[in-house]
Design a protein around this ligand. Sequence first.
Ligand SMILES: [Zn+2]
Ligand SMILES: [Zn+2]
Length: 432
Amino acid sequence: MKAMIPLLESAKALDEQERLCDRCLGRCFARLGTGLTNEERGRALRVVLAMLQGREPRRVPPEECAVCRGLFRSADEWAGRALKSVEGYEFHTYLVGTRVPLEIEEAEKALWKRHGIAPKQAEPLKQEFNREVGKRLRGLLLKQGREARVDWEHPDVVLLLDLERGVVEPTINPLYLYGRYRKLVRGLPQTKWPCRHCRGRGCPECDYTGKQYPESVEELIARPVMEAAQGAGHALHGAGREDIDARMLGRGRPFVLEIERPRRRSLNLKELEREINERAQGKIEVHGLTFVDRRAVEIVKGMEDKRKVYRARVEFERPVAQPELDEALSRLVGEVQQRTPQRVSHRRADLIRTRQVFEIQGEMTGEREAVIEVTAEGGLYIKELVSGDEGRTRPSLSELLGVPARVTELDVLDVLGEVPLEADADENKEPS
Ligand SMILES: [Zn+2]
Ligand SMILES: [Zn+2]
């Protein structure tokens, strides 16, 4: 026994001093050797110890194990419960988690401490239980002709096994769809706008809808998707937003539609796109719908700073000549200091931002009317770039011309910049 390597010394101490089943003994050495179950590891160590000592290998029935107390016998039952907890929900990826009773966790911790077992060589019981239940869940699904795999990062569903309470707490993660929308009419908000009078509770003013506007870009896109996915709710994350009275033309504005608790995830996006566009009756149009994961929300929100191209119809208080306009516009290129406009100051922090105008040109279309096209940094308010907002935006077209001017119509023509989500759009037509 003198030559016994530390592994066997440690196994011998565990075998003789603790009441551990093969699985729990093996789990103390889980990271040593591959292609073995913990039960096989424990059993193998016991066989070697018995051979070295010329005796029979020790056997501890799992029910008598000081750590697991036979917990793994219930793995099948837990897999069944887990499956039942997400009945009626389609999913292709999952993650199993376990909330272990305190006494099991402490027994394991104490055991590791008594025997100097390093966490890098052992595996926590929790992890093995997750895996064992996950394997069985996969088996149950296969029997139903369904396939699912573990996803640590972005699982469709998370199944939390609460051992103490004997219940599975499922989390149905949202479904995320990326696309671009074009808004072809004015007077349509991007998202639901609560009624000014009742703040969304419903009152005679809003016909008890709680809404200031009967519909929004979000609702027009989400309605058909909600029906197909049978979700419980939705949210639209846009790469910025245009004013209610501005159209969004060109390639459209990138967005991610989030569908909460979807029952169906296999959607025919081409067909859905057609249906959204048909039912929106020319108010909006979407294209490039593709399945994405949660990360896309941040990517799209981060696009708010991207350059945008706008077209504005401008009205002047007195006649302006083309050369005058050209001269003023050329001087608008460069930095603009813009204090939060009065019209949004009730919902935006009051601060002064510096934004760039990259390109601007215009054409007089009447004595007191022009159409201008601007390429500017995201976040620059175009209406105020024209009007000056009583000196809150400087320079402004009004200031440079010495003629009060205001925007009567605004269109966003493009949101510039690469969208990583569009690069892999073609290979991403199926939910993962
Ligand atoms: Zn055990
Ligand atoms: Zn109301």
